[in-house]
Design a protein around this ligand. Structure first.
Ligand SMILES: Nc1ncnc2c1ncn2[C@@H]1O[C@H](COP(=O)(O)OP(=O)(O)O)[C@@H](O)[C@H]1O
Ligand SMILES: [Mg+2]
Length: 484
């Protein structure tokens, strides 16, 4: 495609050189440049792409998108823009000929529930016979093809290529998790969502390379509603007022506590599911979701709301939710013949640990056994908090490891112990995660529920010197076999 066509409509500060060139490929990593490439210089957290112009040229790049002044050599085309991240999104969308205009695009943002809501929407739309693409934390999926995900929201160039792939595969709709980083860094720039969903907001992703403060975090989330045709907002969220006031599109609401367009009544929780009556402007009735917990009601309402907004029938929502399975989210692992239950959940923050443990505590017939650790090289402050939460809610806690990275696993465990010591919760420390799970299963009695928190869908454990394959579902199966 001609460079002039790629930059059509882009906010440009300065052009030097010829824009009539044919562009063979767009790259933001100079090592991937090939003859005829357009190299987009991103000033990132680790390094600055403007430093690699020569290397991109050596590989054949002919045009450069920059946001800083750089020396212009012969035969180079240099285009200066205010923000190369946004420009990358713009030229990528143009390069792939705006693939997302060919399907219904749904974006889900919020601190918690993004993965769950996207899986629920996908399931409902599939009930209605649609081919649905999914983009998010766990994997990117189109039809039966699975591509493991690198990050929750891919870089704009990779995202547009994925859209293009999904369009080729006949997607009627694509549901994607939109992280606040994805919004802030314009990974979803130059895209219009048919529906944007706001699940909730709590303190997370603040500090480091992410968001300086809560306001920045909220503002990033709200950005989705200047890129969507319609919005669906959780009215019970503390921040709903701000989102509704600052969104630039018409919005509908969902909730339980406050009056909403889509709301739930007569909620009944079970050990493995939750049931409620949903009322909406389009349809209403009893719904059962095969994931436990009150937060599941919120996630389901979001998905049902989107279904209604897109004109789906009530039966599609009911059928889409009744057997829904979300990898690593309150996932029950089969333990045939055993009188106890093992549940895997991705909870790895204080909030989500509290959520999952208190949810299970509500219906556990006997004891709640919690097994968890905290990641190394990550926020230390959350370790004692999580220790305290487990000590207060669980009947017994096994503190173990969860991606220690470069830290000493026992040092992390001692930080967690600080918190649990402040409660009268009983606990034991078993550094090796497999041994910790084995111990939990060996002491579990009839009616106990073991919650393995932290790993969820992940299939690895990261240590100082190595990363090993680690799939908790397989571990539980192996332990069961060794117990025979
Ligand atoms: N609506 C919700 N409110 C609070 N906690 C939730 C909600 N949905 C899920 N959770 C908790 O957060 C964890 C992560 O859920 P997930 O759907 O993966 O969210 P995200 O993709 O936004 O990180 C779940 O395992 C569960 O413990
Ligand atoms: Mg996610």
């Amino acid at each position: 495609m001609k460079l002039s066509k790629l930059i059509e409509g882009l906010d440009i500060l300065k052009i030097e050189g010829d824009v009539d060139k044919e562009i063979s490929r767009i790259v933001y990593d100079s090592r991937r440049a090939v003859p005829g490439s357009l190299f987009v210089c991103i000033d990132g957290f680790k390094t600055d792409g403007h430093k690699y112009i020569q290397s991109a040229m050596d590989n054949g790049a002919v045009a450069f998108l920059v946001q800083k002044d750089v020396p212009v050599l012969e035969n180079m085309t240099v285009i200066k823009v205010p923000d190369t991240r946004y420009a990358l999104a713009h030229v990528s969308a143009a390069f792939f000929e705006h693939p997302s205009e060919h399907f219904t695009l749904i974006g889900v943002t919020g601190t918690k529930g993004k993965t769950t809501v996207t899986y629920m929407i996908k399931s409902i739309l599939e009930q209605a016979g649609q081919t649905v693409g999914l983009i998010g934390t766990v994997a990117n999926i189109i039809g039966s093809e699975r591509i493991p995900a690198q990050r929750t929201t891919p870089e704009s160039l990779d995202l547009q290529e994925m859209f293009s792939n999904m369009k080729e595969k006949g997607a009627d709709a694509v549901v994607m998790e939109v992280s606040s980083q994805g919004l802030k860094l314009n990974r979803v720039g130059a895209i219009t969502f048919d529906v944007g969903v706001f699940t909730n907001l709590s303190e997370d992703h603040i500090g480091g390379n992410e968001h300086p403060d809560m306001e920045d975090y909220l503002k990033s989330k709200i950005k989705l509603f200047s890129m969507s045709k319609r919005g669906l907002i959780n009215i019970d969220s503390e921040y709903a007022g701000r989102v509704l006031a600052e969104s630039r599109c018409p919005c509908m609401t969902f909730g339980i506590e406050n009056k909403a367009d889509v709301y739930a009544e007569d909620i009944v929780t079970h050990a493995d599911s939750v049931e409620f009556t949903v009322k909406t402007p389009w349809f209403g009735g009893r719904v059962k979701v095969s994931v436990p917990g009150r937060f599941t009601v919120y996630n389901a309402l979001a998905a049902i709301g989107v279904a209604g907004m897109l004109g789906m029938g009530f039966e599609h929502a009911v059928n889409g939710l009744k057997n829904i399975h979300i990898p690593g989210r309150a996932e029950i692992v089969p333990t045939p013949g055993k009188p106890y239950t093992v549940m895997i959940d991705y909870a790895h923050t204080p909030d989500s640990l509290r959520n999952i443990l208190s949810t299970v505590k509500e219906f556990v017939p006997n004891r709640l056994i919690s097994v968890f650790g905290c990641g190394g090289d990550r926020d230390r402050g959350k370790r004692p908090q999580m220790g305290k939460i487990s000590g207060k809610i669980a009947d017994f806690t096994i503190i173990t490891s969860d991606n220690p990275r470069t830290e000493d696993p026992m040092a992390i465990i001692r930080d967690i112990e600080e918190g649990i010591k402040q409660t009268d919760g009983q606990y034991i420390i078993i550094e090796d995660r497999t041994e910790a799970i084995r111990y939990a299963m060996s002491i579990a009695k009839e009616g106990d529920i073991i919650v393995l928190a932290g790993k969820g869908h992940e299939t690895y454990q990261i240590f100082k010197d190595k990363t090993i394959h680690y799939d908790e579902r397989e571990i539980v199966k192996e332990i069961l076999e060794s117990m025979e």
